[in-house]
Design a protein around this ligand. Structure first.
Ligand code: NAD
Ligand code: UGA
Length: 467
């Protein structure tokens, strides 16, 4: 196949990965037509909205790029099959959540959306098509995709069709997606067809230095993605477990993280203690690793990784218990302000956000919650709080203004590290709250010096001076 022949790319899945990734490809490859397709019509409408504040994904820098390339060489559409038909390269960027029912429920990924993509590609693709796994997938999924695509050779079609399957996992983090895509640590391309691998490399090389583009076989590529997320999540569980030791010994987790992070073998990044990792991927990707290990009889390996998830749940539970204890063991009829609902700053995503579990537990104790977030809307919070238990809107309120959430509150919990929460005017807050008032800072963003003479209490995660 001729490398110059990539004229049109189709990306199936217009989510947190598909949208930003394709916007950056379109921006850097003006000669390639990039079409992002999705079965979710509302999402596609939002990507096409003339008001860029309504894009379905909030990422710093994204709306500027979309504004630049949309309807030039970047389009968003619901015409999945037409797009497949006309494309030389197809990225599969659909959701791969944990299975809810059946074999592997609660452990391995539900691949129904990936399989559906493979079947649509098998039905509609023309000529030679390069199929790229962009979704994070269990190791060996490329074989499933190949098997489905190979079945097209048995179709009663006169046309000569062929496929190459590549793995090209995405390593962007939400909140920094655009800078991660523009300046990635590496681009990983896994495959067994060097021509197809070079065709994909040819796209990235337009803006990524060649030494950062690495080739492996399919299985190393699929496993590297799961491994990277597992190692990152493990670091967070490690520092969070140490935060609990700090609280009971008089040590300070900020000081400990700084001291250990200065060891160049450990490094300073990803050592911030917090309420536990959220986001749609860490938990599911570790659980996939656990499932894979058990499948191959590696039970000790499975147990090792399982503990990373267990510590993460424990961290959320212990914070909630600490709050209840400090508020005299009773939350009934108490108003608590919740600052932040997103799983981290600079995103509107709440999937697996620690705020969900902590808020549900507080509601269960009878508290009334006054919730603020900089980018998450009321509808999303409602969905998150009502999905498993029926915590209806009489039990919590959505506050557009951060300061009104404090009126008559007995406590505030800082859940997300949005920058405006770092600059709160506590002198303005104190007169409107109930006494005794507690600040529960799960993100270590309150400066204790700023509140020390204001007659309010501060509990900070991992701070041994709390006792
Ligand atoms: P998402 O849920 O935001 O988006 C997935 C989109 O795929 C949805 O809009 C859905 O409607 C669409 N879709 C599903 N089946 C479809 C089909 N058959 N045809 C057309 N559209 C279909 O998910 P996401 O966060 O973008 O994640 C996608 C994948 O990327 C996952 O495997 C995830 O693990 C991986 N990943 C995510 C991130 C992240 O930061 N969110 C980072 C790296 C990798
Ligand atoms: C993570 C990885 O960082 C990406 O490389 C990966 O591509 C992505 O998962 C994925 O596969 O989905 P993301 O979940 O978007 O990205 O965001 P992170 O910055 O990794 O944060 C994850 C969670 O860990 C957040 O809840 C964050 O608050 C928490 N965290 C992160 C900490 O508590 N402490 C830290 O030091 C860093």
């Amino acid at each position: 196949m001729n490398l110059k022949s990539i004229k049109k790319i189709c990306c199936i899945g217009a989510g947190y990965v598909g949208g930003p990734t394709m916007a950056v490809i379109a921006k850097n490859c003006p000669d390639i037509e990039v079409e992002v397709v999705d079965i979710n019509e509302t999402r596609i409408k939002a990507w096409n909205d003339t008001d860029l504040n309504n894009l379905p994904v909030f990422e710093p820098g994204l709306s500027e790029i979309v504004n630049d390339v949309r309807n030039k060489n970047l389009t968003f559409s619901i015409n999945v099959e037409d797009s497949i038909k006309n494309s030389d390269m197809i990225f599969i960027s659909v959701n791969t959540p944990i299975k809810k029912k059946g074999i592997g429920a609660g452990q391995t990924s539900d691949l129904r959306w990936v399989e559906s993509c493979a079947r649509k590609i098998c039905k509609s693709a023309k000529g030679h098509t390069i199929v790229v796994e962009k979704s994070t997938l269990p190791v060996k999924t490329a074989q499933t995709i190949k098997d489905i695509l190979d079945s097209s050779n048995n179709n009663n079609s006169d046309e000569c069709r062929s496929f190459s399957v590549l793995s090209n996992p995405e390593f962007l983090a939400e909140g920094t997606a655009i800078s991660d895509l523009v300046n990635p640590d590496r681009v990983l391309i896994g495959g067994d067809d060097l021509v197809a691998m070079n065709a994909l490399k040819d796209i990235y090389i337009k803006w990524v230095p060649e030494k950062k583009i690495i080739f492996t076989n399919l299985w190393s590529s699929e496993l590297s993605k799961l491994s990277a997320n597992a190692l990152l999540a493990q670091r967070i569980s490690s520092i969070n477990s140490l935060s609990a030791i700090c609280e009971v010994t008089g040590a300070d987790i900020g000081d400990v993280a700084n001291a250990v992070g200065m060891d160049s073998r450990i490094g300073s990044k990803f050592l911030k203690a917090g309420p536990g990792f959220g986001g749609s991927c860490f938990k599911k990707d570790i659980l996939n690793l656990v499932y894979l290990s058990r499948y191959y009889g590696l039970n000790e390996v499975a147990d090792f990784w399982q503990e990373t998830v267990a510590i993460n749940s424990w961290q959320q539970t212990r914070i909630y218990k600490e709050i209840v204890a400090k508020l005299f063991g009773n939350l009934a009829d108490k108003k608590i302000a919740i600052l932040g609902f997103a799983f981290k700053e600079n995103t509107n995503d709440t999937r697996e956000s620690p705020a969900i579990n902590i808020c549900r537990n507080l509601l269960n104790e009878g508290a009334f919650l006054s919730i603020h977030d900089c980018k998450v809307n009321e509808e999303t919070i409602d969905k998150d709080l009502s999905s498993e238990n029926s915590f209806d809107k009489s039990m919590w309120a959505y506050d557009k203004d951060v300061y009104t959430s404090f009126e008559g509150a007995h406590a505030v919990i800082l859940m997300t590290e949005w920058s405006i929460y770092k600059k709160l005017n506590w002198e303005k807050i104190v007169p409107v709250v109930k006494q005794p008032f507690w600040i529960f800072d799960t993100r270590l963003i309150v400066n204790p010096n700023q509140i020390k003479d204001l007659g309010i209490n501060l509990w900070q995660l991992g701070n041994g001076k709390n006792y």
